[in-house]
Write a protein that binds this ligand. Structure first.
Ligand SMILES: Cc1ncc(COP(=O)(O)O)c(C=O)c1O
Length: 397
């Protein structure tokens, strides 16, 4: 064999390695204060409860819990998820509408596999979730970006894009978006849904952070207006633990059938034991108290970061104020490239993710994403102060 790279499938050649995962390697140095990753706060992981749940599942189900299982997923867990949707917004979700996946990231891959061929048009927020850009890219779509404002995308811009392009799929994260922390207002949701309803497209609503709202009031999912025209992706990564890799796709029958085939080809089924353990945890412990504890922790961390930003960041720097989730989006004055800021910050042992990789069209060069859920308030104060100094240095140059 002369050159293995000549043998690679063209569909993979343009897909970048995750930039964040590369920064995380640097940020893994314990001396670095890292606002780069998107890791949940491990202090809230329910370690004791998960240990009890593991023991109890093994004691109760023994051999059966360790066997192969169905592609759709553990029925009681799917029933639980459907009931949660219906309790919140009366969405008429049945367990048959839920496919348990290996994290919501696999949900993204399966949906891409079901819908996207080369050059199909996919609409995504600017900035957009990097993991979605990566998952979708493998299927070689043409990405079209739509600006994300502080209350969601602009319905008028959406109308124009949808009228002028045969979009197949609109991918959106309407609650505490990764990377911006932005939440769509009720008004914007309603108008976006009205536009989408006029076209033969699918709206994919990815909602990993919705349960982690620490201020403001909950907003309905797009499904309220769009019904089967929307697919919802969910996950237990942020509300229970990420290591189990448990998420789900919620969609109507025809899409489910295809997603099931896609999943069978990928991995037959999601980890059965973990599904049972999480179901045991959800139904035997006080989930409300657990979520409340998680929200309080994130609120404290977010308040610490916003407070430090307000105290130290130079004039001309703007930032979002999230009502939940894990991220703040910072915009620097135009002439300051965030990649340059990253170089300086890393010398001073602070890490973050520059904005550019979150843009499918090369924008975002003067913006950055800050994560607050994986640093304590003292680290946040020190890290933000250092970042502010680096910003001032660049602004004076
Ligand atoms: C918007 C969004 N979607 C999906 C995921 C993937 O989550 P998981 O695969 O752990 O469910 C993440 C993780 O950070 C995310 O931020």
């Amino acid at each position: 064999m002369e050159n293995v790279t000549d043998l690679f499938a063209p569909r993979l050649l343009k897909v970048q390695k995750s930039f964040i995962r590369e920064i995380l390697k640097v940020a893994a140095n314990p001396e670095i204060i890292s606002f780069a990753g998107g890791l949940p706060n491990p202090d809230v992981f329910p370690v004791r409860e998960i240990q009890i749940s593991c023991d109890e599942v093994l004691r109760r189900d023994g051999y059966e819990a360790l066997q192969y299982s169905t592609t759709e997923g553990y029925l009681p867990l799917r029933e639980y998820i459907a009931a949660e949707y219906n309790a919140g917004y009366d969405l008429h979700i049945k367990p048959e509408n839920i496919l348990i996946t290996n994290g919501s990231q696999q949900g993204l891959d399966l949906i891409s596999k079901v819908f996207i061929d080369k050059d199909d048009k996919v609409l995504i927020e600017k900035p957009g979730y990097l993991g979605a850009i990566q998952a979708l890219s493998i299927y070689q779509p043409e990405f079209i970006g739509i600006t994300l404002n502080n209350d969601g995308v602009a319905p008028q811009e959406l109308a124009e894009i949808l009228n002028n392009n045969a979009i197949k799929l609109f991918y959106t994260v309407p609650n505490f978006q990764n990377p911006s922390g932005v939440t769509y207002s009720y008004n914007v949701r309603e108008k976006v849904a009205a536009q989408v309803a006029k076209h033969n497209i699918i709206l994919v609503e990815d909602n990993p952070y919705g349960a982690l709202r620490f201020s403001g009031s909950d907003q309905p999912p797009f499904r309220k207006w769009l019904g089967p025209q929307s697919i919802m992706l969910g996950t237990f990564s942020k509300t229970v633990v990420p290591s189990f890799r448990l998420g789900w796709i919620c969609a109507d029958h025809d899409i489910m059938e295809k997603a099931l085939v896609a999943k069978q080809g990928a991995d037959l089924h999601t980890n059965y034991f973990c599904q049972k353990v999480v179901h045991y945890f959800l139904t035997h412990f006080d989930m409300q108290a657990h979520i409340e504890k998680t929200k309080q922790a994130y609120k404290k961390q977010c308040d610490a970061m916003i407070g430090a930003i307000e105290n130290y960041f130079p004039k001309g720097v703007t930032f979002t104020k999230p009502e939940g989730g894990m991220f703040i989006w910072v915009t620097l004055p135009r002439k300051i490239p965030s990649l340059k800021l990253l170089e300086l910050a890393l010398q001073d042992k602070v890490a973050f993710v520059p904005g550019n990789p979150f843009y499918i069209d090369g924008g975002g060069g003067n913006s950055l994403r800050l994560n607050y859920s994986n640093s304590n308030p003292d680290q946040i104060e020190i890290g933000i102060k250092k970042l502010a100094l680096a910003m001032k240095k660049l602004m004076e140059e």
